[in-house]
Design a protein around this ligand. Sequence first.
Ligand code: SAH
Length: 491
Amino acid sequence: MFLTISTTGIPERPATDLGFLLHKHPERAQAFSTSHGTAHVLYPEASAERCTAALLLEVDTVALVRRGKGKGRGGAPDAALAQYVNDRPYAASSLLAVALAKVFKTALHGVCQAMPERAAAPLPLRVEVPALPARGGAGLVRALFEPLGWSTVEAEPVALDEEFPEWGDSRYVRLVLEGELRLADALNQLYVLLPVLDDAKHYWVAPDEVDKLLRAGDGWLAGHPERKLITARYLSRRWGLAREATERLELVRLAEAEGLDVEDVDNAVDESTDTEERPVPLAEQRRDAILAALHGAGAARVLDLGCGQGQLVQALLKDVRFTEIVGVDVSVRALTVAARRLRLDRMGERQAARVTLLQGSLAYTDKRLAGYDAAVLSEVIEHLDLPRLPALEYAVFGAARPRTVLVTTPNVEYNVRWESLPAGHVRHGDHRFEWTREEFREWAASVAGPYGYGVEFVPVGPDDPEVGPPTQMAVFTRTDKTDETLKEVTA
Ligand code: SAH
């Protein structure tokens, strides 16, 4: 996995100045240890006319997998070997971006004490990334780099296997950028856009990533036509963060348009570039999406139907807006684990009053479940045999009738994106079915109409342009407004 940065020069301004600007001497090969492996900087050519610096990252696959631990159910399947055998060592551009930020930290900030005027001025630059994973393809690569002042943006799809052209193209492109840009600008663009193109589903985004994004995007991101996509992907679609970033970028854009000093608007910039990353398990992204939807619906009294081992119940308990939380599951074993996780036996009285765990089957109507604000069915429907599904539909939408119902289920189209999932397999041994987006929408519409609900769909996890997100969520909202009508309907 590597990229090269080249420049040309004349005797008065030799190309080897690149070494000063990058703070890396052209005559020495240097190695730096990063959290994902060893980064090497070397100069394949260094003359007054032409100078090329190469950044090469040797990924430590074992460390990467250790770091990725906890990606169990709900994330990629636990096929242990597959975690070691994937494209990360060769192509992970998000890791390359992390290495770039660490190795060229000073250059990224545009600082060069030896030759400040050279650092501040545009240089003739050529950047090449021979194998860049690009979700969205060559078209998106051009849409991202072309507005940024490069005179040439070349994105050439890489064939899967040159000997077998009939196999078609891989999801990699060979990227070449040429133009007159400030070195710091070029580095900052790469730092943000490489992971955006990788659309790295493997990494966890810390809250201070918003600051990092805004700092690296200083001067180019606020006015970029694709700023929404860049922000959403860079922040791995953690909506809260993406929204915050979008709002702050909007402020920057307005300020720039009015000629204000951007620093006044956006001064929450931290100076650390230590980009520690952890994977965001899909299960966590799902919980975040569910919490956001519950907040959106203003729900306080919530049913978690098929609560399993109680992870969502635990998250709900941490939020005081949820005053009453009921976890229901058919499995006594799951409920026992949930009770232990929640420390029900050691809970203070007030906390304990907020939570109930019930054993019960969703295939039967249950009076205890009536009258709640919202019900969540997170990764539950696919555990029922299809012929049992109408019974659950009646029990939830017909009898319990909460104002809001959230249903999440795997999007089977996404399965081709799990590196370790053999074609045609479901994600979990107990899944009786997995649906495409189309099938899920059809089912949801067939339930919503007859039971008097409206339905909207929310993607959870990275929304792949071709196959959609790994998890799909339907948000059902009861259309009969008052509880009076409800009483009539259910009477
Ligand atoms: N909601 C959790 C667990 C999903 S696993 C999560 O998102 O992680 C599916 C759960 O549904 C299991 O705990 C299983 O015991 C439960 N389940 C399956 N069929 C059920 C039924 N008919 N009634 C109640 N729970 C059921």
